[in-house]
Design a protein around this ligand. Structure first.
Ligand code: ATP
Ligand code: MG
Length: 555
């Protein structure tokens, strides 16, 4: 990009560190916990971490923060790798915090030897009760002054399985009256007799996040450890462990997490939607997950552009989901192949078109990129499908589409006049009868007739049937997490399944990953999971315009 971009505060810090020599290189990491699928908030963190390194020829590790054996799974590890790659990033090392368990154990022993850690027999309730409050100092545990030898023996016994879950913990010996609650002898290790998805049954003690994260950063030589704001209060502890251990001095920096309107963004909540069947899996196209967005047809570039546009702040805010949709439209407008698809078909018979005749019309694949898109042939005949909503028996004011006596252009083809229509016994219009103007063929029009409306159509004889899925927001309030159960705010009409759409024949070649603009209907792509031979299913990625902005204006 030639346009001059101002640096965000993290980019400024990194640039400054390099300039002053505080850092000689840039090494960042993206550290997901493999307990769910990645969402658009993670994309912000990914773009930020990889971006900070890329800007200076640095490196980024992908580190699985798998210190909590209970909630983690290899399915999540695989999905996370696929999602980061799909977004367009390549990591330097694939790391697992669990690979550092032996090293972390040694670090813990080192702190014990320095008199900076002790084994506590207190129960979690006792520990919580003795913690104090931000204004009332905590009470020291009776175990706090155990000898180094005894602590080493007990910690070793914790490791070899001599105790049950919860019977003992290892705590850092810091300051029970610190104004920062995280410094009041935080727990370093707890006992959990559970299977870990990578280390199996090797360990029955597991390090707490605070004791694992900074040490993992340090072991990997991470220069700038970027995390979200809630960890700001953990920073003194992060620095304490690194200082007391005398290991590589990674520094932690915090930024505001991404919140987005009409969306929930915590893995815990997304997991509930999956487990309770409100959506069809983590990759349901309505989910704010990377895999959901991929399935829905969002492009990696549009997500990266979105992350670029929202920038990085130090204060929490909420981003309009419309901005993400704008970025998706912007990219798709550039690349999508234009296609004729009728979602709600109504038969049109052209009474003066020679029986049995067909023609081929030339149609551009993408007028926004004519040199890339080229053209295709569209078969035309005397029997077409048009969109039911393009006909009105009794036209409204300023109606420029079809009505008895009205004239429209069939896109890429002829001008037609509606002469008549046919109703069934229920009084529904089932066919409209038109005559065409032979001299009005698109590109060779000598008719001199001016029409105000242009509609899309599909020739009936060669039409392909398809299922089309239209999505709306999953929640019907801006901030579903603001109060009460977020599931109370699920939008009951977030999915509209159209089982009998008709498409032009070129759509037979549609492949996963192709992007289409169904003319006048929005951007669509093939759903790889639901489609099978003879039954294509298309997802609407995004509408052509922001329908919600329009609604909002109407008031
Ligand atoms: P969640 O609350 O959704 O479970 P998390 O923070 O527990 O998120 P992690 O897997 O621990 O999820 O996150 C990996 C990285 O992504 C962390 O550095 C975290 O700060 C960052 N991250 C998570 N959610 C967001 C968000 N909404 N915006 C920006 N960064 C995020
Ligand atoms: Mg987390």
């Amino acid at each position: 990009m030639s346009e001059e971009k101002s640096l965000n505060f993290l980019e400024e810090i990194v640039a400054d560190d390099l300039q002053t020599g505080r850092s000689t290189n840039v090494h960042t990491r993206f550290p997901p916990e493999p307990n769910g699928y990645l969402h658009i908030g993670h994309a912000k963190s990914i773009c930020l971490n990889f971006g900070l390194a890329d800007d200076h020829g640095g490196k980024t590790n992908l580190r699985f923060d798998d210190t909590n054996p209970v909630t983690e799974d290899t399915e999540y590890v695989e999905s996370i790798k696929a999602d980061v790659r799909w977004l367009g990033f390549d990591w330097e090392h694939e790391c697992y915090a669990s690979d550092y368990f032996p090293k972390l154990y040694e670090f813990a022993c080192a702190l014990i030897r320095k008199g900076l850690a002790y084994v506590d027999d207190s129960s979690s309730e006792e520990i919580a009760a003795a913690k104090g409050t931000p204004t009332v100092p905590g009470r020291e545990s009776p175990c706090r002054n155990r000898s180094v030898t005894e602590n080493l023996e007990l910690f070793e016994a914790m490791k070899t399985g001599a105790f049950r879950d919860g019977e003992k913990v290892l705590r850092a010996k810091i300051d029970m009256s610190s104004p920062n609650m995280h410094m009041r002898d935080p727990i370093m290790y707890r006992i959990r007799h559970v299977h870990h998805h990578r280390t199996g049954d090797t360990w029955c003690i597991y390090p707490m996040y605070d004791f694992a994260h900074g040490q993992s950063d340090s072991l990997e030589g991470i220069t700038h450890s970027v995390c979200t704001l809630e960890f700001e209060v953990h920073r003194p502890l992060y620095n304490w462990y690194i200082a007391k251990l005398g290991i590589f001095p990674t520094r932690q920096f915090e930024f505001a997490r991404l919140n987005m309107t009409y969306t929930v963004m915590s893995k815990r909540k997304l997991l509930q939607l999956v487990q309770e069947g409100f959506v069809d899996g983590w990759d349901d196209p309505r989910m704010p997950t990377i895999s959901g967005m991929r399935r829905r047809g969002y492009t990696p570039l549009s997500i990266r552009n979105f992350c670029d546009r929202i920038g990085v702040q130090r204060r929490e805010n909420i981003i309009d989901v419309g901005l993400l949709e704008f970025c998706v439209r912007e990219d798709l407008n550039r690349i999508a192949l234009r296609r004729m698809v009728v979602l709600d078909p109504l038969k049109m018979v052209i009474t003066n078109y020679p029986a049995g005749q067909t023609e081929e019309m030339d149609a551009e694949n993408n007028p926004e990129a004519p040199d890339q898109g080229g053209t295709r042939k569209l078969p035309f005949s005397g029997e077409l499908w048009i969109e039911r909503e393009d006909f009105m028996e009794v036209p409204a004011k300023k109606w420029f589409r079809l009505a008895p006596g009205a004239v429209v252009r069939l896109k890429n083809a002829y001008i037609v006049r509606c002469d008549d229509f046919v109703k069934n016994e229920q009084g529904e219009v089932i066919e409209i009868r038109c005559s065409y103007i032979p001299e009005s063929r698109s590109g060779q029009d000598t008719s001199g007739i001016n029409v105000k409306g242009t509609i899309h159509w599909v020739s009936a004889a060669t039409a392909i049937r398809a299922e089309v899925r239209l999505y709306d927001r999953l929640f019907n309030v801006e901030d579903p997490s603001a109060e009460g159960d977020f599931k109370n705010f699920l939008n009951p009409s977030s999915l509209d399944i159209i089982s009998q759409a008709v498409m032009e024949p070129s759509m037979a070649e549609a492949a996963p990953g192709d992007r289409f603009q169904f003319i006048r209907k929005g951007y669509f792509s093939l759903d790889e999971k639901l489609s099978h031979s003879g039954h294509p299913v298309f997802n609407r990625t995004v509408t052509l315009k922001d329908g919600w902005a329009k609604e909002a204006k109407k008031g």
